[in-house]
Design a protein around this ligand. Structure first.
Ligand code: ATP
Ligand code: MG
Length: 749
């Protein structure tokens, strides 16, 4: 169970404690009209997770009330997703269509109570009669039909005597209700369509608002958990169950915020467009946010579950950074999977002073967690290295092979370049090199200093593999459509070279290709004759480094070995620091890794820590902002010191300034070396948390935006973010976002 209890679990616990229910029953109710996506994963984790945590059960129910869009292949995909995430729906999958006869009877009952009537207005008239947010609606003249007439018409609708759209069944509630959804909602409509399970038996199909609450009731569901856009439907949910006077206990509906992720689209409709339009290879294309896509790409169920746990359950919609999902798969695979050598863009190297061959024993798990398992890497005079690991005229800070600079072959010897061979066009086609016999990794007595270790393979034994490099499908953070597709989202390399053990020993399906990223043997196209690997994710977040314009910055040239990929094993000292940071101080392994491997950073961090006991806050700023400065300068060239950074973090900790303002103060410290307290004072940046100062600003913004207030009240809850944003803007970013959020929500209630 996650560390802190979310609001749904709080409700469930109270209901069990008060005896309202003996057992908690939830359900996951997808419509089988597309493959499930990561948003559904969140819903699955919530519904099945709550059932598991409180020893109840969760039904998997296909909400199949719309015959024209549904299909068994989607049912199978939904079952697959739930199973893959590790959940169990018990004996059988439920289908709303199985309840069609019961639902029909309930509708007849409502008619008999005078609570439902057959309306014969056109769709357009129905819309017109409904009124607007500010105007009451009017009731249709057909609402005066007698119960007998309604019963007769409804039965004939069922028998298929009328055309689509000729009549509908509506609830008789209130045409002037403030909640527009309560203005005599539709319960049934005529659809002469083949249903993938019910066949041609039905000519009428129940609407969501009628079918959902009753399906919940029929199944004995206690907590009907759905996403926020159903908030206004809750009144109908209650109305149907209450009006029918059903025997208790009955279910209640609760809403949470749906998951949104940047750089992708999430609705099944938009995903279907991509699949049908051929922009992707199918529902399981590894670039799609579908569960099938993640599965095919190589994500583990654990990484998805951890991600869902990490984002929590909120009551306000927000956007989650896809980097967080990418972090969680990296974090899961980091210590689990074997690390091997693969060359994506091979450059031939001939080691002129080496004769014969040998095998180098190397652990699959050289880092962090000592896990058992090793392989033999063949070595000979003909090898391949990565083309960009050699430069003839390197820029300053290039730490790999050059005519002047030796480099270590990972797990092997140090080599020096002797000659560069080019074709007639001046392209480098081969390097002639010499190896240093006494420099072998693990028994190096050569005394030669190298700054980097690179991947390589022996030409004779290496296996050719296809590698599919996947990147984000969209180049825009909030993509509109196909025009925002990232043209480089898939790059296929047909002739990458990999060390042979990966294919012959198959120690795993997932690997870290050292310095390249994490890869997965494609579950569909892989064969020993034609191995195919999918890139799951890179070793680092490369998007975070991109410039505002969206143009990729050229790969940063490594200044230190550790930035150049996780090639070099940690020294004992570094390992000890890493352990302390992760175990005692609670840093995540990426941050701990960055700090532990860099002496300047770790000593800066330790110095700040001696002044202020805020390990995580300090680690974040040191591993990001300070590290960035230290890439360009030496520690003694910095204008600020560790003590000042501690002072800055302290102001964030005690809520004097916000995180955002802290960035601004840091920039100022970089430039002027001024004390943070002084910067905050001079620029008037102290965070405003006092509600009596913030409230009037909110009032003003509410008064200025009556249209948006109306839209919000009519159900567009996304506008909460708009109001919060306006307030933050009005205060130059100084208002405490938490306080603003709470106050705005309060005032708009
Ligand atoms: P889409 O708009 O993507 O088609 P949907 O809401 O129509 O999704 P359903 O099949 O009706 O999809 O959803 C099944 C369950 O999953 C519902 O309870 C729904 O609230 C939930 N769900 C759908 N999308 C998300 C999301 N992005 N985050 C959390 N839960 C979601
Ligand atoms: Mg839907």
């Amino acid at each position: 169970m996650s560390k802190s209890k979310d609001f749904l679990r709080t409700i469930v616990e109270e209901d069990l404690k008060s005896g309202k229910y003996k057992e908690v029953v939830t359900r996951f109710p997808p419509e089988p009209n597309g493959f499930p996506h990561i948003g559904h994963a969140k819903s699955i984790v919530i519904n099945f997770g709550i059932a598991r945590d409180y020893h109840g059960h969760c039904n998997l129910r296909m909400d199949d009330t719309n015959p024209t869009t549904e299909d068994t292949k989607y049912v199978e995909a939904l079952k697959d997703a739930v199973q893959w995430l590790g959940f169990d729906w018990g004996n059988s999958v439920h289908f709303t269509s199985d309840y069609f006869p019961k639902l029909y009877d309930y509708a007849v009952e409502l008619i008999k109570m005078g609570k439902a009537y057959v309306d014969s207005l056109t769709e357009e008239e129905i819309r017109e009669y409904r009124g607007t947010v500010t105007e009451a609606g009017r009731r249709s003249k057909y609402a005066q039909r007698s119960i007998e007439e309604n019963l007769d018409l409804f039965e004939r609708m069922k028998k298929g005597e009328f055309k689509d759209g000729e009549h509908v069944l509506r609830a008789r509630i209130d045409m002037s209700a403030a909640n527009m959804k309560m203005r005599d909602p539709l319960l049934y409509r005529i659809r002469h369509a083949h249903h993938f399970r019910a066949g041609d038996e039905w000519s009428i199909y129940p609407m969501y608002d009628f079918a959902h609450c009753l399906a919940d009731y029929i199944e004995g569901v206690t907590h009907s958990i759905c996403t926020l856009e159903f908030e206004n439907n809750r009144d109908i949910y209650n109305w149907v169950l209450d009006t029918l006077g059903l025997k208790p206990p009955r279910p209640y509906q609760y809403e949470f915020a749906r998951l949104n992720i940047n750089y992708t689209v999430m609705s099944k409709r938009k995903l279907l467009e991509l699949v049908e339009g051929g922009q992707v290879s199918g529902w399981d294309d590894p670039r799609l946010p579908t569960i099938a896509g993640y599965k095919r790409r190589g994500y583990t169920p654990e990484s998805i579950l951890n991600f869902c746990d990490g984002i929590g359950i909120a009551k306000a919609n927000s956007m989650v950074d896809v980097a967080q999902l990418e972090f969680s798969i990296r974090d899961d695979l980091n210590t689990k999977v074997p690390r091997v050598l693969c060359v994506l863009d091979p450059l031939k190297v001939t080691i002129v002073n080496y004769e014969g061959s040998e095998e180098i024993e190397a652990s699959y798990y050289p880092h962090d967690v000592p896990k058992e398992g090793s392989r033999k890497i063949p070595f000979s005079k003909d090898i391949y290295i990565e083309r960009d690991d050699f430069m003839e005229n390197p820029p300053k800070g290039y730490f790999r092979l050059t005519p002047e600079q030796p480099v270590r072959l990972r797990h092997g010897y140090i080599i020096s370049c002797k000659e560069v061979i080019k074709d007639t066009n001046g392209n480098i086609v081969e390097i002639k090199a010499e190896y240093h016999p006494d420099s072998k990794s693990g028994s190096d007595t050569s005394g030669i200093k190298v700054k980097s270790a690179i991947q390589w393979v022996s030409a004779k034994e290496a296996k050719t593999v296809e590698v599919r490099l996947y990147d984000r499908l969209f180049k825009e953070e909030a993509p509109e459509g196909v025009e925002d597709i990232n043209p480089d989202s898939l790059q296929v390399i047909k002739n990458a070279l990999i060390e042979p053990a990966v294919i012959t020993e198959k120690p795993d399906e997932r690997f870290q290709f050292e310095r390249q990223g994490y890869f997965y043997a494609d579950p569909i196209n892989y064969s020993d004759e034609h191995p195919v690997f999918n890139k799951i994710v890179g070793l680092k977040d490369s998007w975070g480094k991109k410039k505002k314009t969206g143009e990729p910055v050229p790969k940063p040239q490594a200044k230190k070995v550790q930035i150049d990929g996780e090639v070099v094993a940690m020294s004992e000292e570094q390992q000890a620091l890493f352990d302390k940071y992760t175990n005692a101080l609670g840093l995540n392994s990426e941050v701990a890794n960055t700090l532990a491997r860099d002496e300047q950073l770790s000593s800066f961090y330790e110095e700040a820590l001696a002044v202020l006991n805020s390990p995580v806050g300090l680690a974040n700023i040191v591993s990001n902002d300070v590290a960035r400065e230290l890439k360009e300068k030496q520690a003694n060239e910095l204008k600020f010191n560790a003590k000042q950074i501690a002072e800055l973090v302290k102001m964030v900790d005690d809520a004097t300034i916000s995180n955002k303002i802290a960035k601004q103060v840091f920039e100022e410290m970089v430039k002027s070396g001024e004390n943070p307290t002084q910067v905050v004072k001079d620029k008037g940046l102290v965070q405003i948390s006092d509600p009596s100062i913030i409230a009037p600003i909110i009032d003003e913004i509410i008064a200025k935006n009556p249209d948006n207030v109306a839209k919000f009240k009519a159900g567009n809850t996304k506008l909460l973010g708009f109001f919060v944003g306006q307030v933050l803007k009005a205060t130059g970013g100084k208002a405490n976002p938490k306080v603003v959020n709470e106050l705005v929500a309060e005032k708009l209630k």
